[in-house]
Design a binder for this molecule. Structure first.
Ligand code: ADP
Ligand code: MG
Length: 325
Protein backbone atom coordinates (compact mmCIF):
# COMPACT_ATOMS: atom_id res chain seq x y z
CA UNK A 1 0.00 0.00 0.00
CA UNK A 2 1.31 3.46 -0.87
CA UNK A 3 1.27 6.19 1.72
CA UNK A 4 -1.80 8.41 1.80
CA UNK A 5 -1.56 11.59 -0.28
CA UNK A 6 -3.42 13.61 2.30
CA UNK A 7 -3.18 12.85 5.99
CA UNK A 8 -5.12 14.84 8.55
CA UNK A 9 -4.79 14.00 12.21
CA UNK A 10 -6.82 15.43 15.06
CA UNK A 11 -7.05 18.78 13.30
CA UNK A 12 -8.51 21.63 15.36
CA UNK A 13 -9.44 25.19 14.55
CA UNK A 14 -11.52 27.80 16.35
CA UNK A 15 -12.48 31.29 15.28
CA UNK A 16 -12.87 33.05 18.62
CA UNK A 17 -15.60 31.15 20.44
CA UNK A 18 -16.66 29.21 17.31
CA UNK A 19 -15.17 25.72 17.12
CA UNK A 20 -14.93 25.13 13.37
CA UNK A 21 -12.93 21.89 13.56
CA UNK A 22 -13.14 19.78 16.67
CA UNK A 23 -10.36 17.26 16.02
CA UNK A 24 -10.89 15.64 12.64
CA UNK A 25 -8.76 12.83 11.20
CA UNK A 26 -8.82 11.38 7.69
CA UNK A 27 -6.60 9.92 4.99
CA UNK A 28 -6.90 10.24 1.24
CA UNK A 29 -5.33 7.60 -1.01
CA UNK A 30 -3.48 8.30 -4.22
CA UNK A 31 -5.80 8.67 -7.22
CA UNK A 32 -9.12 8.62 -5.41
CA UNK A 33 -11.91 11.16 -5.21
CA UNK A 34 -12.43 11.84 -1.54
CA UNK A 35 -15.58 13.70 -0.53
CA UNK A 36 -16.03 15.82 2.57
CA UNK A 37 -19.80 15.95 2.86
CA UNK A 38 -21.67 18.11 5.31
CA UNK A 39 -24.19 20.92 5.78
CA UNK A 40 -23.29 24.62 5.77
CA UNK A 41 -21.08 25.57 8.67
CA UNK A 42 -19.85 22.00 9.23
CA UNK A 43 -16.18 22.93 8.78
CA UNK A 44 -15.49 21.91 5.16
CA UNK A 45 -13.99 25.19 3.96
CA UNK A 46 -11.89 25.50 7.11
CA UNK A 47 -10.45 22.04 6.38
CA UNK A 48 -9.51 22.89 2.80
CA UNK A 49 -8.10 26.28 3.79
CA UNK A 50 -5.78 24.51 6.18
CA UNK A 51 -4.86 21.98 3.47
CA UNK A 52 -4.07 24.80 1.05
CA UNK A 53 -2.06 26.69 3.74
CA UNK A 54 -4.44 29.68 3.80
CA UNK A 55 -5.44 29.14 7.42
CA UNK A 56 -3.26 27.94 10.29
CA UNK A 57 -4.65 25.14 12.43
CA UNK A 58 -4.73 25.51 16.24
CA UNK A 59 -3.72 21.91 16.72
CA UNK A 60 -3.24 18.58 15.02
CA UNK A 61 -1.55 17.79 11.74
CA UNK A 62 -2.20 18.15 8.03
CA UNK A 63 0.17 16.74 5.42
CA UNK A 64 0.12 16.59 1.64
CA UNK A 65 2.38 13.91 0.13
CA UNK A 66 4.23 13.71 3.43
CA UNK A 67 4.83 17.47 3.64
CA UNK A 68 3.41 19.27 6.66
CA UNK A 69 1.35 22.38 5.82
CA UNK A 70 3.04 24.36 8.58
CA UNK A 71 6.65 23.32 8.06
CA UNK A 72 6.79 23.74 4.27
CA UNK A 73 3.76 25.66 2.99
CA UNK A 74 5.45 26.60 -0.31
CA UNK A 75 5.98 22.95 -1.18
CA UNK A 76 2.39 22.12 -0.25
CA UNK A 77 1.11 24.92 -2.50
CA UNK A 78 3.09 23.53 -5.41
CA UNK A 79 1.44 20.13 -4.91
CA UNK A 80 -2.14 21.30 -4.51
CA UNK A 81 -4.48 22.99 -6.96
CA UNK A 82 -7.30 24.85 -5.24
CA UNK A 83 -10.66 25.88 -6.62
CA UNK A 84 -12.35 27.93 -3.90
CA UNK A 85 -16.03 27.99 -3.11
CA UNK A 86 -16.65 31.53 -4.31
CA UNK A 87 -15.81 32.63 -7.84
CA UNK A 88 -12.43 34.29 -8.02
CA UNK A 89 -12.41 35.46 -11.63
CA UNK A 90 -11.74 39.11 -12.40
CA UNK A 91 -14.51 40.52 -14.60
CA UNK A 92 -12.13 42.65 -16.67
CA UNK A 93 -9.57 39.97 -17.53
CA UNK A 94 -9.93 37.56 -20.41
CA UNK A 95 -9.81 33.81 -19.93
CA UNK A 96 -6.31 33.78 -21.45
CA UNK A 97 -5.14 36.53 -19.07
CA UNK A 98 -6.46 34.60 -16.08
CA UNK A 99 -4.57 31.51 -17.07
CA UNK A 100 -1.38 33.47 -17.80
CA UNK A 101 -1.65 35.03 -14.37
CA UNK A 102 -1.95 31.62 -12.71
CA UNK A 103 0.84 30.25 -14.89
CA UNK A 104 3.06 33.04 -13.47
CA UNK A 105 1.84 32.46 -9.95
CA UNK A 106 2.88 28.81 -10.18
CA UNK A 107 6.17 29.63 -11.96
CA UNK A 108 5.44 27.53 -15.01
CA UNK A 109 8.42 27.46 -17.35
CA UNK A 110 7.94 29.69 -20.41
CA UNK A 111 8.41 26.77 -22.77
CA UNK A 112 5.35 24.87 -21.54
CA UNK A 113 3.09 27.81 -20.65
CA UNK A 114 1.13 28.06 -23.86
CA UNK A 115 0.57 24.30 -24.07
CA UNK A 116 -0.63 24.17 -20.48
CA UNK A 117 -3.00 27.07 -21.00
CA UNK A 118 -4.54 25.48 -24.09
CA UNK A 119 -4.75 22.15 -22.30
CA UNK A 120 -6.55 23.69 -19.31
CA UNK A 121 -8.98 25.56 -21.59
CA UNK A 122 -9.71 22.40 -23.54
CA UNK A 123 -10.23 20.32 -20.41
CA UNK A 124 -13.05 22.54 -19.17
CA UNK A 125 -14.51 23.17 -22.63
CA UNK A 126 -13.41 26.80 -22.94
CA UNK A 127 -11.32 26.48 -26.10
CA UNK A 128 -12.21 29.36 -28.44
CA UNK A 129 -13.32 31.63 -25.58
CA UNK A 130 -9.82 32.63 -24.46
CA UNK A 131 -10.16 36.28 -25.54
CA UNK A 132 -13.52 36.86 -23.92
CA UNK A 133 -13.52 38.99 -20.75
CA UNK A 134 -14.87 37.13 -17.74
CA UNK A 135 -17.75 39.58 -17.29
CA UNK A 136 -19.10 38.43 -20.64
CA UNK A 137 -19.08 34.80 -19.60
CA UNK A 138 -22.10 33.09 -18.03
CA UNK A 139 -21.96 32.03 -14.37
CA UNK A 140 -21.33 28.41 -15.30
CA UNK A 141 -18.57 29.34 -17.73
CA UNK A 142 -16.91 31.52 -15.09
CA UNK A 143 -16.89 28.52 -12.80
CA UNK A 144 -15.23 26.48 -15.54
CA UNK A 145 -12.59 29.19 -15.86
CA UNK A 146 -12.04 28.98 -12.12
CA UNK A 147 -11.50 25.25 -12.45
CA UNK A 148 -9.04 25.76 -15.29
CA UNK A 149 -7.06 28.23 -13.15
CA UNK A 150 -6.84 25.74 -10.29
CA UNK A 151 -5.32 23.02 -12.43
CA UNK A 152 -3.02 24.95 -14.76
CA UNK A 153 0.11 23.71 -12.98
CA UNK A 154 -1.07 20.08 -13.28
CA UNK A 155 -0.89 19.50 -9.56
CA UNK A 156 -1.06 15.91 -8.30
CA UNK A 157 -3.76 16.94 -5.81
CA UNK A 158 -6.76 19.15 -6.53
CA UNK A 159 -9.01 20.55 -3.84
CA UNK A 160 -12.47 21.61 -4.95
CA UNK A 161 -14.71 23.48 -2.52
CA UNK A 162 -18.36 22.99 -3.52
CA UNK A 163 -17.59 23.01 -7.24
CA UNK A 164 -21.18 22.75 -8.43
CA UNK A 165 -22.81 25.11 -5.94
CA UNK A 166 -25.50 27.15 -7.68
CA UNK A 167 -24.81 25.76 -11.14
CA UNK A 168 -27.57 24.66 -13.46
CA UNK A 169 -28.01 21.00 -14.25
CA UNK A 170 -26.06 20.97 -17.51
CA UNK A 171 -23.03 22.83 -16.16
CA UNK A 172 -23.08 20.62 -13.09
CA UNK A 173 -22.85 17.55 -15.31
CA UNK A 174 -19.95 19.16 -17.19
CA UNK A 175 -18.14 19.89 -13.96
CA UNK A 176 -18.66 16.29 -12.82
CA UNK A 177 -17.23 15.09 -16.12
CA UNK A 178 -14.08 17.22 -15.64
CA UNK A 179 -13.67 15.84 -12.17
CA UNK A 180 -13.85 12.29 -13.51
CA UNK A 181 -11.40 13.18 -16.30
CA UNK A 182 -8.93 14.54 -13.74
CA UNK A 183 -9.20 11.32 -11.78
CA UNK A 184 -8.55 9.32 -14.94
CA UNK A 185 -5.30 11.24 -15.36
CA UNK A 186 -4.24 10.05 -11.93
CA UNK A 187 -5.02 13.23 -9.99
CA UNK A 188 -6.09 12.84 -6.38
CA UNK A 189 -9.20 14.91 -5.69
CA UNK A 190 -10.49 16.30 -2.43
CA UNK A 191 -14.05 17.49 -2.90
CA UNK A 192 -16.19 19.42 -0.43
CA UNK A 193 -19.88 19.22 -1.07
CA UNK A 194 -23.25 19.50 0.54
CA UNK A 195 -24.94 17.65 -2.27
CA UNK A 196 -25.64 14.02 -1.47
CA UNK A 197 -26.00 13.09 -5.12
CA UNK A 198 -22.64 14.62 -5.95
CA UNK A 199 -20.94 12.60 -3.22
CA UNK A 200 -22.74 9.37 -4.22
CA UNK A 201 -21.96 9.84 -7.85
CA UNK A 202 -18.32 10.91 -7.73
CA UNK A 203 -16.63 9.87 -4.54
CA UNK A 204 -14.71 6.70 -3.80
CA UNK A 205 -14.58 7.59 -0.12
CA UNK A 206 -16.71 9.99 1.86
CA UNK A 207 -16.27 11.56 5.27
CA UNK A 208 -19.45 13.03 6.67
CA UNK A 209 -18.73 16.09 8.76
CA UNK A 210 -21.11 17.81 11.16
CA UNK A 211 -20.28 20.68 13.50
CA UNK A 212 -16.54 20.19 13.19
CA UNK A 213 -16.60 16.44 13.77
CA UNK A 214 -16.47 13.52 11.38
CA UNK A 215 -19.51 11.40 12.11
CA UNK A 216 -19.04 8.65 9.49
CA UNK A 217 -16.51 7.60 6.90
CA UNK A 218 -16.33 4.99 4.13
CA UNK A 219 -17.39 4.37 0.55
CA UNK A 220 -20.93 5.57 -0.23
CA UNK A 221 -22.06 1.97 -0.73
CA UNK A 222 -20.51 0.79 2.55
CA UNK A 223 -22.03 3.68 4.48
CA UNK A 224 -25.46 2.92 3.09
CA UNK A 225 -25.27 -0.81 3.70
CA UNK A 226 -24.08 -0.27 7.28
CA UNK A 227 -27.51 1.04 8.12
CA UNK A 228 -29.13 -2.35 7.38
CA UNK A 229 -32.56 -0.89 7.08
CA UNK A 230 -35.16 0.44 4.73
CA UNK A 231 -36.76 3.83 4.88
CA UNK A 232 -40.49 4.46 4.71
CA UNK A 233 -41.46 8.06 4.17
CA UNK A 234 -45.01 9.11 5.02
CA UNK A 235 -46.30 12.47 3.88
CA UNK A 236 -49.43 13.70 5.57
CA UNK A 237 -52.03 15.82 3.78
CA UNK A 238 -50.47 19.27 3.41
CA UNK A 239 -53.82 21.08 3.68
CA UNK A 240 -53.81 20.10 7.31
CA UNK A 241 -52.56 23.14 9.23
CA UNK A 242 -52.07 20.96 12.30
CA UNK A 243 -49.58 18.75 10.54
CA UNK A 244 -47.07 19.29 13.35
CA UNK A 245 -49.42 17.64 15.84
CA UNK A 246 -50.45 14.98 13.35
CA UNK A 247 -46.83 14.05 12.76
CA UNK A 248 -46.36 13.80 16.52
CA UNK A 249 -49.26 11.41 16.92
CA UNK A 250 -48.24 9.39 13.88
CA UNK A 251 -44.75 9.14 15.32
CA UNK A 252 -46.14 7.97 18.63
CA UNK A 253 -48.36 5.40 16.93
CA UNK A 254 -45.62 3.89 14.76
CA UNK A 255 -43.17 3.79 17.67
CA UNK A 256 -45.38 1.02 19.11
CA UNK A 257 -44.68 -1.19 16.10
CA UNK A 258 -41.99 -3.79 16.70
CA UNK A 259 -40.39 -3.47 13.24
CA UNK A 260 -39.86 0.28 13.58
CA UNK A 261 -36.31 1.14 14.61
CA UNK A 262 -36.56 4.88 14.61
CA UNK A 263 -38.49 7.75 13.09
CA UNK A 264 -37.63 11.34 12.30
CA UNK A 265 -39.77 14.31 11.30
CA UNK A 266 -38.69 15.99 8.09
CA UNK A 267 -40.99 18.86 7.07
CA UNK A 268 -44.47 17.45 6.43
CA UNK A 269 -43.05 13.95 6.28
CA UNK A 270 -42.22 11.33 8.81
CA UNK A 271 -39.27 9.13 7.89
CA UNK A 272 -39.54 5.75 9.49
CA UNK A 273 -36.62 3.34 9.62
CA UNK A 274 -37.66 -0.27 9.49
CA UNK A 275 -35.98 -3.63 9.14
CA UNK A 276 -37.87 -4.40 5.97
CA UNK A 277 -40.40 -2.47 3.90
CA UNK A 278 -42.63 -5.41 3.06
CA UNK A 279 -43.76 -6.15 6.57
CA UNK A 280 -43.80 -2.54 7.72
CA UNK A 281 -45.87 -0.78 5.05
CA UNK A 282 -49.31 -2.21 5.89
CA UNK A 283 -48.69 -1.81 9.62
CA UNK A 284 -47.73 1.84 9.19
CA UNK A 285 -50.83 2.56 7.10
CA UNK A 286 -52.92 0.84 9.75
CA UNK A 287 -51.26 2.87 12.52
CA UNK A 288 -51.96 6.14 10.67
CA UNK A 289 -55.61 5.20 10.21
CA UNK A 290 -55.94 4.27 13.88
CA UNK A 291 -55.01 7.82 14.95
CA UNK A 292 -57.14 9.39 12.19
CA UNK A 293 -54.35 10.74 10.02
CA UNK A 294 -54.88 11.09 6.31
CA UNK A 295 -51.82 10.07 4.40
CA UNK A 296 -50.93 12.06 1.29
CA UNK A 297 -48.30 9.68 0.05
CA UNK A 298 -46.16 6.86 1.29
CA UNK A 299 -42.88 5.93 -0.33
CA UNK A 300 -40.11 3.56 0.56
CA UNK A 301 -36.50 3.21 -0.43
CA UNK A 302 -33.09 1.86 0.43
CA UNK A 303 -31.17 4.33 2.60
CA UNK A 304 -29.20 7.11 0.91
CA UNK A 305 -26.36 9.25 2.25
CA UNK A 306 -28.94 11.64 3.71
CA UNK A 307 -30.15 8.75 5.84
CA UNK A 308 -26.56 8.01 6.82
CA UNK A 309 -26.22 11.62 7.94
CA UNK A 310 -29.47 11.45 9.84
CA UNK A 311 -28.40 8.26 11.57
CA UNK A 312 -25.02 9.54 12.71
CA UNK A 313 -25.75 13.24 13.21
CA UNK A 314 -29.15 12.64 14.79
CA UNK A 315 -31.00 15.16 12.64
CA UNK A 316 -31.99 15.61 9.01
CA UNK A 317 -29.36 16.93 6.61
CA UNK A 318 -31.77 19.49 5.18
CA UNK A 319 -32.36 20.84 8.68
CA UNK A 320 -28.62 21.10 9.25
CA UNK A 321 -26.46 24.16 8.89
CA UNK A 322 -25.63 27.06 11.10
CA UNK A 323 -29.19 27.89 12.06
CA UNK A 324 -30.12 24.24 12.45
CA UNK A 325 -29.79 24.47 16.25
N1 ADP B 1 -13.11 33.69 9.32
C1 ADP B 1 -14.04 33.24 10.17
N2 ADP B 1 -14.35 33.92 11.30
C2 ADP B 1 -15.25 33.44 12.17
N3 ADP B 1 -15.95 32.29 12.02
C3 ADP B 1 -15.70 31.58 10.92
C4 ADP B 1 -14.74 32.00 9.94
N4 ADP B 1 -14.70 31.06 8.95
C5 ADP B 1 -15.60 30.11 9.31
N5 ADP B 1 -16.20 30.41 10.48
C6 ADP B 1 -17.19 29.58 11.19
O1 ADP B 1 -16.64 28.29 11.31
C7 ADP B 1 -17.63 27.28 11.10
C8 ADP B 1 -17.22 26.40 9.96
O2 ADP B 1 -17.24 27.15 8.76
P1 ADP B 1 -16.80 26.58 7.36
O3 ADP B 1 -15.51 25.85 7.50
O4 ADP B 1 -16.84 27.70 6.38
O5 ADP B 1 -17.96 25.51 7.06
P2 ADP B 1 -18.52 24.94 5.67
O6 ADP B 1 -17.52 25.21 4.60
O7 ADP B 1 -18.73 23.48 5.95
O8 ADP B 1 -19.81 25.64 5.41
C9 ADP B 1 -18.93 28.05 10.87
O9 ADP B 1 -19.60 28.13 12.09
C10 ADP B 1 -18.46 29.39 10.40
O10 ADP B 1 -19.39 30.40 10.70
MG1 MG C 1 -17.75 26.16 2.77
Amino acid sequence: MSDPVIRIENLRKSYGPVVALDGISLEVKQGEIFGLLGPNGAGKTTTVKILTTLVRPDGGKAEVAGTDVLSDPAKVRSLVGYVPQELTVDPYLTAQEHLSYYADLYHLPAASRETRIQEALALVGLAGLEDRRARHLSGGTKKKLDLACGLIHRPPVIVLDEPSLGLDVQVRRDVWNYIVRLKERGTTLFLCTNYMDEAERLCDEVAIIDRGKIVAMGSPAALRSQLKRDVVSVEIASANEHHGESLESLEKAVSQLSMVQRSVKDGTRLKIYVESNDAALPKIIEAAASVGISVQSITYSRPGLDDVFLHYAGRAFSAGGESGG
